[in-house]
Design a protein around this ligand. Structure first.
Ligand SMILES: [Mg+2]
Length: 372
């Protein structure tokens, strides 16, 4: 079935996390950006995708509209793996990371949504998961507070809502200590630092943080692709590391995993190259005994795709299986209210409908659309 139309729909949804505005990528995040991609085939079928777009939405949108969509109009939507290979090859001169791959990721997710709808089953089942998928465990991914009292309060709040594990986005030892004190022993505590340190600095910090019993230390070193430094830090410190949200395609993950850089690998479906590349990373990780912990701090079709991928992963439900990352913030509105809030015990339902399993809310798309 041929692709007849590709549209982008940029959304900005205000959110409240109870602290100072978070700032990643050098700018404050006043609202959460969601760049939706809608692909229509000539029989009128529609698939939805999402590109990573926090603080880069106009760039990703332009990439899709001006550079990616013209390559795909008129092409058969059903041969996804070969079409994605061809698309990556055609666009490789624009870079194999960042904006180009975010754009390709959105297209890939939308094509898989279409494929699973055509098959009449949820994507997770099409990829080898059960017909009636279980719920998956989630963890509360707190935004950045840089304040030990705020961190302790938010940790208590998230645990009170039933989350079984917590992740902080903090680099200070006192905030990490406050979180551990608030949660007590035995509850998994992860610390995401977003690439602040050299190897030498990271060694010092890993030793300082170690007494707080980290489940993982995430992206401690800049640049994130210095896999040799990460491997050395993990080996010498004895602290389990996590990383991968900034890696794109299975090729880069192969290098990361071959280096022994991380114990937990974190592909992001809206960045890595979509469902196609994510699923290859799952196989690479399984072959090396590394656990996949998806990066998923977003709320559009990428969130649903992550749930479906978790349903299809070999160790879902096993203690070594993956957890979904839920940004711990309150959104003014959501595209899929039923599936972005946890049910009992901090678990998330996997939509059982065909494709990604749910359609984005038309009123939310209308009300939060960013108008040029
Ligand atoms: Mg992270």
């Amino acid at each position: 079935m041929r692709i007849s139309r590709i549209d982008t729909i940029p959304l900005a949804i205000p959110h409240e996390h109870g602290g100072p505005p978070p700032a990643w990528g050098g700018q404050a995040w006043e609202a959460l950006n969601i760049l939706l991609v809608r692909i229509e085939t000539e029989d009128g079928a529609v698939g939805w995708g999402e590109a990573f777009s926090y603080n880069c939405m106009p760039s990703v949108q332009a990439m899709i509209e001006a550079t990616v969509a013209p390559v795909l109009i008129g092409r058969d939507a059903t041969g996804i793996t070969s079409l994605m290979r061809e698309l990556q090859q055609a666009l490789h001169l624009f870079g194999r990371y960042g904006i180009t791959m975010f754009a390709i990721s959105a297209i890939d997710i939308a094509l898989w949504d279409l494929a699973a709808k055509r098959a009449g089953m949820p994507l997770g089942h099409l990829l080898g998961g059960p017909a009636a998928p279980p719920s998956v465990p989630g963890y509360a991914s707190l935004l950045k507070y840089r304040d030990r009292d705020l961190v302790a309060n938010k940790v208590r709040e998230a645990l009170g809502e039933g989350y079984p594990a917590i992740k902080l986005h903090e680099t200070g030892e006192s905030e990490v200590a406050a979180a551990r004190e608030a949660m007590g022993d035995g509850v998994p505590l992860c610390v995401d630092t977003n690439c602040p340190w050299t190897l030498v600095q990271a060694r010092v910090m890993a030793q300082r943080l170690k007494p707080h019993d980290l489940h993982w230390l995430e992206e401690p070193i800049f640049p994130p692709e210095d896999f040799a430094a990460l491997a050395r830090l993990q080996r010498e410190s004895g602290v389990d590391l996590a990383g991968g949200e900034n890696a794109c395609t299975a090729f880069e993950f192969r290098s990361m995993l071959d280096a022994g850089a991380v114990r937990y690998v974190q592909p992001s479906v809206t960045k890595v190259g979509g469902v196609t590349e994510f699923f290859k990373v799952v196989a690479l990780a399984e072959a090396r005994g590394v656990t996949v912990m998806p990066h998923s701090p977003y709320f559009g079709p990428g969130w649903l795709a992550t749930l479906q991928l978790l349903a299809a992963m070999p160790l879902t439900g096993h203690p070594e299986g993956g957890w979904i990352e839920r940004f711990y913030t309150r959104l003014e509105a959501t595209l899929y209210p039923e599936f972005v809030s946890p049910v009992e015990g901090g678990r998330f339902r996997i939509p059982a409908g065909p494709g990604l399993g749910a359609e984005p809310d038309a009123d939310v798309m209308r009300d939060y659309r960013v108008r040029a």
